[in-house]
Design a protein around this ligand. Structure first.
Ligand SMILES: O=C(O)CCC(=O)C(=O)O
Ligand SMILES: [Fe+2]
Length: 217
């Protein structure tokens, strides 16, 4: 996608002082994202949420500093043949696409030329469930590809932080919103879904990804 199509663009700060000798070059860098509020209508949201009731979600244990912990949410991975995923040390074999997830994948392709061959579904039961700061930079993700994130159900905050400048921004993601994370978001920025104890309803998030086919043989 062209830079001009981004929800945010790089823009230079105007200089605050006329004394050029003391100006420290400063740029307000923005994450390379496109946010489309209400991308999915109510009927599309309901069809997806209904379908998600029968997804075989699991809460895997991952190893952090040598100890196993259950992740604070549930998840399932769908994808094309040969699109298995190694995620936090877990090898996850791709399950075949369910009907409405497949329709959504086709819609993203049509509307934004967003190619994907896998989708990670996360279910946050309530505001206790969360996702820590990370980048989706596993080696099987096709280099330079964009990741499309669809949110359904409860509104949750999505926090983006620059890896070096530590600049931060927070976006409330509502049911039906689409957030496209363009390259080089995964190289330069971290993102997270922090706990929000006031949230009592479940939320689903789908991240559509482009993997290198047969990366794991
Ligand atoms: O739930 C979200 O909005 C983000 C999910 C995410 O970052 C991921 O699946 O890698
Ligand atoms: Fe992520």
């Amino acid at each position: 996608m062209k830079q001009a199509d981004f929800g945010f663009e790089l823009e230079a700060h105007p200089l605050e002082t006329p004394d050029e000798a003391h100006v420290i070059e400063s740029q307000d860098i923005r994450p390379p994202i496109t946010l489309v509020r209400g991308y999915l209508g109510k009927a599309q949201q309901n069809a997806l949420i209904n379908e998600a009731q029968s997804y075989p979600l699991t809460r895997p244990q991952i190893q952090v500093f040598g100890r196993y912990h259950a992740i604070p949410r549930q998840q399932v991975w769908y994808g094309d043949l040969g699109c298995d995923y190694l995620y936090s040390g877990l090898f996850i074999r791709a399950l075949p696409w369910p009907k409405y997830l497949q329709k959504l994948r086709d819609k993203l392709q049509r509307d934004f030329e967003l190619g994907s061959n896998g989708v990670l579904v996360n279910r946050y039961a309530d505001g206790q469930d969360c996702m820590g700061a990370h980048s989706d930079d596993e080696p099987e993700i096709a280099h330079g590809s964009d990741i499309a994130s669809i949110s359904l159900g409860a509104t949750r905050d999505f926090v983006i932080k620059h890896k070096h400048s530590k600049q931060k921004c927070c976006i409330s993601l509502h049911s039906g919103d689409l957030l496209i994370m363009h390259w080089p978001m995964q190289r330069d920025w971290l993102h997270s879904v922090p706990k929000r104890l006031k949230v009592t309803e479940p939320r689903w998030n789908y991240t559509f990804r482009q993997l290198v086919v047969n990366y794991h043989g």
